[in-house]
Unconditional design. Structure first.
Length: 228
């Protein structure tokens, strides 16, 4: 075996080792991201148990308190140190533009859904049911807690774990698809709204790698949906 063949075999072995390590790293991070997402979902379970009993402000406060306690588990496992500094450094102009873009697409897809008689997806039905049971508890969770938690998971953790494996724009598109799949199993015009929201939030975050920007957009969007 000549030296060229030996060098070629050595390179192939090295490439194979690097490839296998990359695959292993991706799989481990996917499982970790999924685990954090499950923990975040568990953190909101008390709100559903409290919802039927939350006829008074006391019930609402109990529901929020229980949710916050379980949310502490999520916060302890994935709270980024730069969250508070990022909240003090929000680019409100970019936040406003992003919110208007999301709003425009929501109006567009809403008109198309009405024209084509597409029913409301399950995630929207769940939110509406939660609002009917206890408006204040749902408002606290959907306007404050959910945006912070979801931005940590879908933007900060996603790009922290997988940003090295894809370009900026590929990451934004993949992030939008992931956000859409998590929020709805249906594939129609209404579902595409979640892709747009996820992609816009990903772009806003990646623009400066600032969680405060994407959290602000997410909160505005949820507040508009609830207060409308």
């Amino acid at each position: 075996m000549n030296m060229n063949a030996v060098c070629m075999n050595s390179r192939l072995i090295i490439y194979e080792e690097v490839f296998m390590k990359s695959i292993s790293k991706i799989v481990k991070r996917l499982l970790l991201l999924f685990g954090i997402f499950v923990l975040e979902q568990i953190a909101t379970i008390p709100s559903f148990f409290a919802a039927d009993e939350a006829k008074t402000m006391t019930g609402v406060l109990i529901g929020v308190g229980l949710t916050v306690l379980l949310s502490a588990l999520f916060i302890h496992s994935s709270w980024p140190k730069q969250l508070w500094p990022s909240l003090k450094n929000i680019d409100w102009k970019a936040v406003g533009v992003a919110f208007l873009i999301i709003l425009a697409f929501q109006v567009l897809f809403g008109v198309l859904a009405d024209l084509w008689h597409i029913p409301t997806n399950e995630n929207q039905k769940l939110v509406m049911d939660e609002l009917r049971k206890t408006y204040y508890l749902a408002a606290v969770i959907d306007i404050v807690m959910a945006p912070i938690m979801e931005e940590i998971i879908f933007r900060f953790k996603f790009f922290e774990y997988f940003g090295e494996f894809m370009s900026k724009w590929v990451g934004i598109i993949v992030n939008g698809i992931l956000f859409m799949v998590i929020h709805s199993t249906d594939l129609n015009v209404v579902t595409l709204v979640y892709f747009v929201i996820g992609a816009v939030l990903a772009y806003v975050y990646r623009r400066r790698n600032n969680l405060g920007d994407s959290i602000a957009v997410h909160m505005l969007n949820n507040a508009y949906a609830i207060l409308l």
